[in-house]
Design a protein around this ligand. Structure first.
Ligand code: DX5
Length: 218
């Protein structure tokens, strides 16, 4: 069954508690919190304090997507804030082995994110030690962007190649996932879908989520 993680980036941030309730009522698996530093990506968003406050109001797992330079620096602050999983970008760190190790020491779910232009071969030596491989369907920084063409092919290749190395690896897709793009992603074996605009800006989000669960159970 597919796992859905709404991205709070697309919610009305003046009503975060409402955004959390909407996610809980929709029956999602976790909340994704997009942390951006204005350097690795051209946008600024949340810090540990936001995660700490969100933590107080939900039992949903909190997945922190670190779109930041030097992700290792942020492991401890987001762990203390209550994050359940941390995802760092391959393009942002020269020492991902250290990032992965430190996450494991803290018993955090650990993920590696690849931007659209980054080939999956770079992850070969890392996938055996991570829980999630996050494939970006858009260049990171903003919600509501269209997914790159032929992106489902990257999901298909990742699923086929990495399941031999790590049978437990979950392939997560983030960016541009909507009614149009989701079926192909599910067909190619995506395990987790990140929904920003197609969830929080979609008045028919409950029908959409139900449709995704139905598609993934066939
Ligand atoms: C983009 C973020 C995504 C984004 C998803 O940089 O990492 O999580 O919020 O939003 P949509 O689904 O609207 O592309």
């Amino acid at each position: 069954m597919i796992r859905i993680h709404p991205s709070l980036l697309a919610a009305d941030l003046t009503c975060l508690r409402e955004a959390i309730l909407i996610a809980e009522e929709a029956g999602v698996s976790a909340l994704q919190i997009d942390v951006m530093d204005g350097h690795f990506v051209p946008n600024l968003t949340f810090g540990p304090k936001t995660v700490e406050d969100i933590r107080k109001h939900t039992s949903l797992p909190l997945e922190v997507h670190l779109m930041v330079e030097d992700p290792i620096r942020w492991i401890e602050p987001f762990y203390k804030a209550g994050a359940n999983s941390l995802i760092a970008h391959y393009e942002a760190s020269s020492n991902l082995d250290k990032f992965i190790h430190q996450c494991k020491v803290l018993d955090l779910i650990c993920g590696l994110a690849l931007n659209p232009a980054t080939d999956i071969t770079v992850a070969e030596k890392l996938v055996k030690n991570i829980d999630i491989l996050l494939l970006m369907g858009v260049n990171p920084g903003f919600h509501g962007q269209p997914m790159f063409l032929h992106f489902p092919e990257k999901v298909k290749k990742s699923k086929a190649w990495f399941k031999e190395i790590n049978p437990h690896l979950l392939i997560e897709v983030d960016g541009g996932v909507n009614e149009t793009t989701a079926p192909a992603l599910l067909k190619e074996g995506a395990d987790i879908l990140i929904l920003g605009a197609s969830f929080y800006l979609n008045p028919k989000r409950r029908e959409f989520i139900k449709h995704l669960y139905q598609l993934s159970s066939t």
